[in-house]
Design a protein around this ligand. Sequence first.
Ligand code: SF4
Length: 426
Amino acid sequence: MSRTLENVACTACGCVCDDLQVTLEKDQVVAVSPPCPLAEKWFAQAQRLDVAPAYIADRPCPLPDAIHAATNILRAAQAPLIYGLSSSSTPGQRAAVALADHLRATIDTSASTCHGPSILAVQEVGESTCTLGEIRHRADLVIYWGSNPAKSQPRHMERYSLDPVGEFVPAGRAGRKLIVFDVQETPTTTRADQFVCMERGSDFDLLWTLRALVQGLPIAQEHIGGVAVTTLRQIVEQMKTCRCGVFFFGRGLTAGTNGHAHVQALLMLVRDLNAYTRFHARRMRVFGDVAGADSVLAWQTGFPFSVNLARGYPRYSPGEYSAAKLLERKEVDACVLVGSEGLNAFSAAALAELQKIPTVLIDHPQPAVPVPTTVRITTGVYGIHHAGTAYRMDEVPIPLRPLIASPWPSDAEVLGKILDNLKAVV
Ligand code: SF4
């Protein structure tokens, strides 16, 4: 007999859609509606039962043995690292900070390989921010820059930015204009009213030119970054005359050594535009609760990522205390991975070092483990097996409720047990 649950939240990407209908049969999710390829994969994968509760050196073992082995690894460590947290939830993130605090470890999130440059830029320039609900109800000009939501956040346009009928956008899609800046055609560019194909690496030049045009300054060149200045002039006119505009920017803007400068340029452009109309900038977060990881670290340590607690108080230094950089410099002697998101952005040197030191992976059921691990513990998924809170990409907290009984503990329970063991007298 099947049953259908309404208003279920999904944490497969930063949209954290909380309007799903999920059909269950014999405590298994068999259908998800409205359709979303990422969500369907997420719910299917979370229900894999062909994994053991725990492994030591890739051999299945009882959970208490794995927790004991993880405790011993961390008890012996001089410079441990805790990394990940973006597929976790508030309880797991809090438990990870408590463990890092006790160990005097470094704690870092997948933001350091993704939107870390954006966070630095926001700290320098400030941010004209808004919720996705405001965009849904007010935005008549939507600009994606270096982002392909049709692939990475499949319902972003449908739910928040382009298609919905809003209070002040009663015509829905017909009442909005979509411009996409990217270096190549993507599924998102095919939905755009205007696709601006730019040269790779020209983000800063283009954004600075747009700032100059907003301020009415003359431009000597005819083309900037492969785009005609007449095109940029016409886009600036649309920006200045819209009622509410928004830039959604992704990794295409933040990647590279000068990513923070690119984002600063965009945030300054948005600040300039607010002299004429209402304009916002929002990050397109990829992982389900990476915004929650930033938030929990910020409220617990004062800083959003790359935090070192070795001196007994938090020190913040992106680059110096970023997980991949620490590993490249061989400054870590044990690592706890809370989720495996972000590892594919590590350099080969960082991944090689990760394979040389003792590693504890605390993660959902995965089809393949991204790196060999000393200890691996399987945990349930917040929003499927456990209650929790996820922060949407606009930092709005969304409550998560369990849908089915969990065969696995939560990562908060596992981290809490390891911390209890470390505190116990040996
Ligand atoms: S867009 Fe993202 S959060 Fe929304 S249903 Fe799809 S995967 Fe889940």
